[in-house]
Design a protein around this ligand. Sequence first.
Ligand code: EPU
Length: 346
Amino acid sequence: MNKLILPAVQKNVSLASMNTMGLPAKASEFVELQSEDELISLHKNGFFEKQKPFVLGGGSNVLFKHEISKTVLKVSLKGIDIVKVDENSVLVKIGAGENWHRFVEWAVNHGYGGVENLALIPGTVGAAPIQNIGAYGVELKEVFEKLICFDLKTGSFHQFTNQECKFGYRDSIFKKELEGHVIITSVTLRLTKKNHLLNTSYRSLKDLLKEKNIEKPTIRDIFNAVVAIRRSKLPDPKNLGNAGSFFKNPVLSKKSFERLLKNFSEVPHYPVDEENVKIPAGWLIEQAGWKGKRVGNVGTYENQALVIVNHGGATGDEVYRHALKVQQSVQEKFGIQLVPEVNIVE
Ligand code: EPU
């Protein structure tokens, strides 16, 4: 039996501590979701008929431009459970509101492999599949088994397999046709118990392990190395507001890439497939003169030009205008249109 527990609806709630950019936006209405029953109750009460809420996880990939007129629904569903064990792997079901990095620590502490390269990514587990988080050669889709989400229209729960999520580079079905229609409530990942598939292909990771004379790394060695690299390159939101990479790395066709090479022969690049090449947006932004540059309360991070930072007191509009200027400079210099990776909330 579902208990009809309606969560409290709070008015005029500050979201400053709930977004890693530290922007001062307020939510006109705010609901914190602590159980799946509460979702069912809200649906039964017609809550989702009136409006589509804005779903907030860890607030690590959002830019609140100003006040949020929609109801903000913060997902705080918790729990880490091993649901199946076999010879080589475990299936772990994680509540959408669990902190991603704490889950990675849990996995490494239990000797489970697969997510160690994804250490220290801010945000929640429920947000991870939306943009198919990735770092240091690994993407979530490689360990993803399935997820459960709640359909706001029908009020029922649905399962999505890996294929059904249509994962791409920082992309999934939840950013496209299902955007605003479902709330992810749990994610199930397949982790290895032994014969771990270690990935040390990423240049900076390989270099650091070599420097430390680690020839046969364990999952903990990789975890430690990723944590060290991220700490040296990316600002800690506790000290300097930011939302990680602000833009995606642009993917160019071979033809456009060759045109670019004529004028900029030193451009770093990575093959995507036979037809396409990925360019680091951080390089483009640095070349356009923005690295470490500060304008008012907003700046581009000194160690990684892809990160826009709030030096304190910035408004969402200010950050947005800064991003537009960066985008415009890159367009003018390279003829490449940068696409934001963060979710810009109007
Ligand atoms: N680069 C520069 N100047 C800069 C920054 C980067 O020239 O200021 C060039 C360098 O050539 C460097 C290359 O860009 O070798 C790649 O830089 P880095 O290894 O820092 O990775 P990235 O491509 O900038 C991506 C992800 C990060 C992820 C890292 C590591 C995107 C949009 N970003 O950044 O993800 O941590 O790779 O895998 O794909 C995030 O999504 O928020 C995020 C931080």
